[in-house]
Design a protein around this ligand. Sequence first.
Ligand code: F6P
Length: 335
Amino acid sequence: MKFAVMTGGGDCPGMNAFIRAVVRTALNIRPQTSVWGVLDGWRGLMENRYRRLNKLDVAGISSAGGTILGTVRFADLAKDSDIQETVARNLDDAGFDYLLVCGGNGSLRAAAVIEDILRREKLRTRILVCPGSIDNDVCNMHGSSIGFYSAIDKSLEMLEWIRDTASAHRRVYLIRSMGRNSAFLPLFAGIASGAEYVIRPHEQVNFERMASMISERDRDSRIIVSEAYPKSLDEIKSILEQIFEQRNVWREIRSVDMSYFQRGGTAATTDILRASWLGYRMVKDAFDRCESGYYSAFYTGHMSDPLPLAVAADDSQTSYADIPPEFIEFALALR
Ligand code: F6P
């Protein structure tokens, strides 16, 4: 059997563990198998750029952030049917039986479209996908993505550092968090670190109330701002400064952006283990000649059946449109 393994979308810790698990499982269970790493994600597939991987190539990479295969944003893939056709043909021409992908919702949607072409044209390759994204916005009614908990760990560490200096100076810090259109990463990071407020992407913020809450605090206040919230940190700062001035309250405000730092560094144990489990399961299922599918990331050892790619890629069936109210209640109860 011939496998291609690929990482797509924004990199995240855990992708390397996935690659290692695919290579090791395939070559240990059936040594005659070949595994090829696709370089630079979907663009690499369009350009036929692969590298054969052996067991030593993936030694010692499980906990490392990023992805040894690289990944590229390839927006044209979603719009251009010629590119989609080329990718499907390339997979078949290269003789791949399976393409195993760890990626975000762009990768999931691309996989569903290309699977459709592969089936329609009776081409050989089947595609299996698992979620890799710090945003936790891929099929998030079904488990949580690889990389999400690593990014929370990184955020927590940064938020604790900021607390030290905020508390020393009695300051308010406005802290931008990644997460794209989703509030999962900022909210969970905020809950973990006990931040005073998390501004969600589509929230109507009551800044008067926020200012009162800050005034009641003795020393530090950390306000996490979701990536997709439309106001800039400077705009939020000047709104709060005006309110404090009107109330004759003295508060210094600073801002900081955690964004790309949240995506790097060592993987959380749960991401290493869940990515390894999914890589292992996907190879085993491929050896059993499974049809294509989406593998949710629950706990290590979880055995849910894969979802059809077309179902998984339909956000209205598989992803929360916004953060579920129970998580907001949970966060508020701990404030
Ligand atoms: O999807 C992961 C993510 O880190 C998002 O949180 C963010 O919006 C985006 O990728 C940034 O992407 P890029 O690396 O292309 O700037």
